[in-house]
Design a protein around this ligand. Sequence first.
Ligand SMILES: C[S@@+](CC[C@H](N)C(=O)[O-])C[C@H]1O[C@@H](n2cnc3c(N)ncnc32)[C@H](O)[C@@H]1O
Length: 187
Amino acid sequence: MTLADFEARYRADPDPWGYTRRPYEREKYAETLAACGPGPFACALELGSSIGVFSSQLAPRCRRLVTLDAAPTAVADARRRLADQPHVEVRLGKIPAELPAERFELVVASEILYYLSELELEDTLAGLERCMAAGSRLVAVHWRPTGPERPLTAADVHCMLRAQAWLEAVQHSGGTDEYLLDVLERR
Ligand SMILES: C[S@@+](CC[C@H](N)C(=O)[O-])C[C@H]1O[C@@H](n2cnc3c(N)ncnc32)[C@H](O)[C@@H]1O
C-alpha cells in the first residue's frame, strides 16, 4: 500500500480498520497498554497513529506524547480526537524520513512497520536507535496474517527487532494467535 492508498482509504471511510468498534482492536489496545507499563512517561512516541484511538488511551500515561502518521485525513481526525489533551502533539510525517529527533522513553509501533520496505525498516530502526534513551521501551504489535498490501510480515518485523544488538527483548510475544507483541528495551 502506498501512502496515497492510505489517504484514499481514510477519505472513503474515516475508520477503515474499525479502531473505534472492533473487539480485536479493543483487546489489542488493552494488551498494548499493559505492555507499555503504567508510566508516567516523560516523552513517548507513537508511530503510525492513524485516527488517534490508541493515542487517546496512551496519552494519560504520558507527560508528553508525539504521534506520527503520513495520512493527512487521519492526522486531522486524530487532532480532533486529542484536542482536549494539549500535551499530545499529532504530527503529519513519513517514516523513516520524518522520524522525530527528540529523545523518547517509550516508542509504540502498532501495525505499522510491516508496511515499510526492508530498507525503510532498517532506516527506521537506525532512527529509533538514535532517539530512544538508554533503558527506554519499544512496544511492537503486528497482525500475523500475510497480505499483498504489506511488503513484510509480522514475523519478518519481529525477527528483525529481536536481532538488533542495541535492543534487548524483555517480553516475548505476549500476543495472541492473531497478532505478535514484543517488548524490547534500549541497552
Ligand atoms: C494499519 S494503520 C495502524 C494504526 C494504529 N497504529 C493501530 O494499530 O491502531 C497503519 C497506519 O500507518 C500509517 N503509515 C503507513 N506507512 C507510513 C509511513 N511510511 N509513515 C508514516 N505513517 C505511515 C498509515 O497512514 C496508517 O494510518
